[in-house]
Ligand binder design. Sequence first.
Ligand SMILES: C[S@@+](CC[C@H](N)C(=O)[O-])C[C@H]1O[C@@H](n2cnc3c(N)ncnc32)[C@H](O)[C@@H]1O
Length: 475
Amino acid sequence: MKHFPIFLSLKGKTCIIIGGGSVAERKVESLLNAEAVVTVVSPQLSPQLSYLSAEKQIKHLNRCYQSQDIDQAFLVIAATDQTEVNRTIAADADKQNTLVNVVDDLKLCSFIVPSILDRSPVTIAVSTGGASPVLARQLRMKLETMIPSSCGELAALTEQYRERVKNKFSTIEERKAFWENVLKGTPAELVYAGQLQAARNLLDQLLDEDIDHPQVGEVYLVGAGPGDPDLLTFKAVRLMQRADVMVYDRLVSQPILDMANKNAQRIYVGKEKDNHAVPQDKINDLLVELAKQGKRVLRLKGGDPFIFGRGGEEIETLVEEGVPFQVVPGITAAAGCSSYAGIPLTHRDYAQSVTFATGHLKDGSVNLNWEQLSQPNHTLVFYMGLTGIAVISKQLIAHGMPKDTAAALVEQGTTRNQRVHIGTLESLPQLVKESGVRAPTLTIVGNVVQLHDKLNWYKPEQYQSSTEFTKHGKT
Ligand SMILES: C[S@@+](CC[C@H](N)C(=O)[O-])C[C@H]1O[C@@H](n2cnc3c(N)ncnc32)[C@H](O)[C@@H]1O
C-alpha cells in the first residue's frame, strides 16, 4: 500500500489553495464541506471562487504565491498550471512538514485526494494510489448505484441507539448480532423508505420487548421494467438482492431474474393468457402466507406494477391482512418500447395526448370507448392487444380514425430480441399474421409512428435465444 488512508478532521483548520481555476474550485468546495478555513492565493479567480470570496466564505490573496503564504497552513493544495511554482510550493511545504497535494503531480504529493462518495456521516473514499483517477471515479459511481441515498440517515439513527444497545447487551457478540439484524432487516429498510419514525418505533420495540427480529416479514411489490435490466431502478435492484423469496411471472426477463439474490427461493406463478399457472387470488394468499412466515418477499412484475399489472389487487389483500409492503414503480412497457423503437408518444407536430388501453378484457372481449380513442392528434398504446387486433382496427376505423394512420407492433421491446413492425391501422391484423409476432408485444397507433423511420436508434444484435422472457403466451 503506497498511501495510508485516513479521514482528516479539518474543522477550523487553515487550508491554503494556490490557483484560482476550475480545479482549485473543486478542491475549495470539498474543503468547505469539511468546514475548513480556506484561503485562495491567485491573481485570477473563476466566477464561482469570486462569488465565494465576495460572500466571505473564503479569503482571497490577489497575487502570485509567496513562500510565507503557507507558514500557518495545516494543509496546502497547489493547483496552478505552472510546474515551477507547484514545485516551489511542494518544497516549501515539505520543509515545514505541512501536508501538500500538487494536482496531477503524484511525485510532489505528501497526500492524495480520493474520489469521495458522501452520505454523511458515511463517507466512502476510493483511491487507485494516483494510478488512474478516472478509474477511481468510475468505481465511486458504481458504489453510488449500490448505496442507498439515505444510508447516512441510517448511520445517524444507529448512533442515537448505541448507548441503549450497549446497556441492554453486555457482550460484544450480542451487540454485533443485534446490529446485524437491524442493518439487514426491516428497520434499515424503513429508513431507506423514508419512514424514520416507524424505524425508531421498531427499534424501541426490539429493545423493549426482547424480540430479536420482527415476526412478520414484508412484501416488496417491484416493477421490473419491460426487459432491459439496465432499466431497473436502484431501489428495485437493492430489494431484489435482499429478498428471501421471489414470486415472479412471465413478463420478467431472464437477465433480470439473474440479478436477484441467488439464494432466494424462486416461485413462478405464470400468467399467460389462458394459462395462469397460479390464479390471482392464490397469488395474493401466497404473498400473505410467505410474509407471515417472517420472510422478505419480492413480488416481481413486468413493467410497472400499477399499470395493467394487478398490483393494486395484490396489495389490497396485504392491507387487509396487516402485512407491511413497499411498492417500487418500474418503467412501463409503453415508455420503454416507445423509447427503444424511436416513437415519441407525444410530439408537438403529431400528438398532444396519449392513452394507454388494454386490448383484452377479463372475459376475452375488447370493449373500449372507441369514440374517445379515435380523436385526432392522439396516440394510442394497446397492451395485450394481439388477439383483439382485428376488433381494435375495425372499431377505430368505424369511429372515424383514418385507415392509413401509422401503426407499430413492438415485440419484446427493450430486449436484445426487439423487433418493430410498421404498418397502418387497416393493415394491423394482416401484419400480425405475416410477421409471426409473439407476446409480449405492444401496439402503438397514431401519427407519431411515422417518426420511427427517422428516430429509430436501437438496433440490437439478435440474441442466441429467440426470447429473453420466461415463457410465452399470445396476448
Ligand atoms: C399484463 S400487461 C403488463 C404490463 C406491465 N405491468 C407494464 O407496466 O408494462 C402485459 C402486456 O404488456 C406489454 N408488454 C410488456 N412488456 C413488453 C415488452 N418488453 N415488449 C412489448 N410489450 C410488452 C404487452 O402488450 C403485454 O401483453
